[in-house]
Design a protein around this ligand. Structure first.
Ligand code: MN
Length: 311
């Protein structure tokens, strides 16, 4: 005898109860119904869990498993669109894309880039392989970054070095506010470079809700440009955001190399346990103060490394 459990929506469980009307048995406590067919015993609970037991539980389960995936799909559905959702034609029109890099890495700065892509450049950029920087290796990123720079595309790149980052963080700036002000500054600079060029809109790779972004801007007396849009994973939709992600990442990688040379130690990306061990080594060799120049010190990794040193 084998058994299988799946979770189903309440409406499906009601349907099942009707479907198995001829097979219903006394239900145990907490169960909505129990039915015994030649293939299996089916017990459905108010929680949505449905248990299939007996000779061939799969034979009965197969009839309903489709409802399960439909229910799951509903849960992962995109959030409803708002006035900040980019219109579909934006991706094929002249627009500015903006993205950042380094926010989840303990070592190294945050780099941000905004870039202006003209409608007639989109096809070529796709052809040379401009895509999400997370999907490609550091070497390819350097190649694509050089290709973009040769094309003399208007862009603005900003690096928030660690000392300044740590200072702002101490002053109470969240990383969200730092990112907001960096995106805003880059976009402003690019707009100044393209005053007469056609511009359908500005697309920011969404890292927080648009109203939070607008709130951060307001704390520094800045306002959202009209026709500014947000979407998560924007680099999958927009060549401009993909190009911005490549330039931002290339800059982050360069900065990591520079910092590694400066401290004479290859620094690791990310914020893993290996990073904790590396921090401990650096503290042992250079002291804690040096971290302010090379790391985002408020990350939990600093404390974890200090714990490692106690043992
Ligand atoms: Mn991003």
């Amino acid at each position: 005898m084998s058994q299988q459990t799946i979770s189903l929506p309440k409406t499906t469980i009601e349907q099942m109860k009707k479907h198995y009307a001829a097979y219903l048995e006394t239900a145990p406590q907490w169960a909505v119904f129990r039915a015994k067919t030649p293939a299996a015993t089916i017990t459905a609970y108010a929680s949505g869990k449905v248990l299939f037991q007996g000779k061939e539980p799969e034979a009965e389960m197969r009839k309903w498993a489709g409802e399960q995936s439909a229910a799951k799909k509903k849960q992962t559905k995109q959030p409803v669109s708002s006035k900040y959702t980019p219109p579909a034609h934006l991706f094929t029109s002249s627009h500015i894309g903006s993205d950042e890099s380094g926010t989840g890495d303990y070592f190294g700065p945050i780099t941000t880039c905004a870039i202006y892509i003209k409608e007639d450049q989109i096809k070529l950029l796709k052809e040379i392989g401009i895509q999400d920087s997370k999907a490609i290796t550091d070497d390819t990123i350097q190649l694509l970054s050089s290709a973009l720079l040769e094309m003399e595309i208007p862009y603005s790149l900003m690096i928030l070095h660690n000392e300044k980052y740590n200072q702002l963080q101490q002053q109470g700036w969240s990383q969200g506010k730092m990112k907001t002000m960096l995106h805003d500054a880059c976009i402003k600079k690019v707009k100044e470079k393209i005053t007469h060029a056609p511009l359908e809109g500005i697309l920011i790779d969404q890292f927080c809700q648009p109203n939070i972004y607008i709130k951060h801007l307001a704390t520094e007396n800045r306002h959202l440009d009209p026709h500014t849009y947000f979407i998560t994973k924007a680099e999958n939709h927009s060549i401009a955001v993909a190009a911005a992600s490549i330039l931002a990442r290339a800059s982050f990688v360069r900065e990591m190399e520079r910092l590694s040379e400066w401290i004479d130690q290859p620094l690791l990306k990310g914020a893993s346990q290996k990073v904790d061990q590396l921090i401990a080594k650096i503290i042992r060799e250079h002291g804690t103060e040096v971290l302010h120049k090379i790391a985002k010190v408020h990350f939990a990794n600093t404390k974890k490394a200090q714990q490692l040193l106690k043992h």
